[in-house]
Design a binder for this molecule. Structure first.
Ligand code: 4G0
Length: 252
């Protein structure tokens, strides 16, 4: 997968993209990340890319021509149309695991990192295919959100995670939060690992994990428990929990 990032601050990406899994994915040739500095396309001697908003008001607005020229440059590099041009902005659609899985199927992505108080609307109209937000907060630029998107997308590309790790087993993949995990030592500060995990009984362990995942999701993120993600076994487990609660509260 090739990812082109349009930004005013390419140096911000150095740490996260030159470490750990993303670094390895780039070295393995599974991921190619290219940075285009929007300022290189300012077209004026002061290298400015922003201006005051028409109609007045506070702050500056990113101009359309430098961004469009930067996109044209990327189009030249890649040869052909830009199918997916993502703009990171606080008013975008909520980025989630489904988006990550969807974008990971693309051969080429362009991500535009906005700055200032906004973007000339014409960039959206002319070039942007998707506007995404990583959450309901405002940051100083779209760079950190772009890093989040690249990380989440990259780990969904086949071969990026190691042999033992699986993107499919993770929280959210099957719509539930992750069950509790333990490793050595068996006892730590008086807290012991649940016996069932040392029993070697794989079917019991699977059932225990599913129950723990359901409990954690019910407790922390009941919004994630939709009918369509539940298996027959899940429904049985939840009914059993409901029965216990019914008993305690002496309902019926
Ligand atoms: C305001 C994304 C700020 C407007 C970007 C960009 C948070 C997020 C910024 C834009 C950001 C997020 C119109 C491109 C940059 N802050 N929540 N700041 N536009 O994903």
């Amino acid at each position: 997968m090739k990812i082109d990032i349009l930004t005013l601050f390419p140096e911000m990406f150095a740490g996260p993209f030159d470490s750990s899994i993303i670094k390895r994915a780039r070295e393995k040739g599974l991921l190619e990340i290219n940075f285009t500095d929007i300022r290189d396309f300012s077209g004026n001697k002061h290298n400015t890319v922003d201006d005051t908003p028409y109609g007045g008001g506070a702050g500056m607005v990113m101009q359309a021509p430098p961004v469009m020229r930067a996109l044209e440059h990327v189009r030249g590099l890649r040869g052909g149309a830009l199918n997916r041009v993502v703009l990171m902005c606080p008013t975008g659609l909520p980025f989630d695991q489904n988006w990550a899985r969807d974008l990971a199927r693309e051969e080429h992505l362009v991500i535009i990192c906005g700055h200032y108080e906004g973007f000339d609307e014409r960039v959206r109209e002319l070039a942007v295919t998707d506007e995404l937000s990583i959450g309901d907060y405002v940051l100083t630029g779209g760079e950190l959100p772009a890093m989040v998107v690249v990380d989440a997308v990259s780990r969904m590309i086949p071969g990026v995670l190691g042999e033992s790790a699986s993107a499919e087993e993770d929280s959210f993949y099957r719509g539930l939060l992750e069950y509790p995990q333990y490793t050595r030592p068996r006892e730590y500060e008086g807290l012991i690992v649940p016996d069932i995990l040392l029993s070697g009984h794989h079917e019991n362990i699977r059932r225990w994990r599913r129950r723990q995942a359901l409990l954690k999701t019910l407790e922390r993120r009941p919004d994630l428990l939709r009918e369509e993600i539940l298996t027959d076994e899940d429904r049985d487990i939840l009914r059993e929990m409901a029965e216990v609660i019914r008993g305690i509260l002496q309902l019926d």
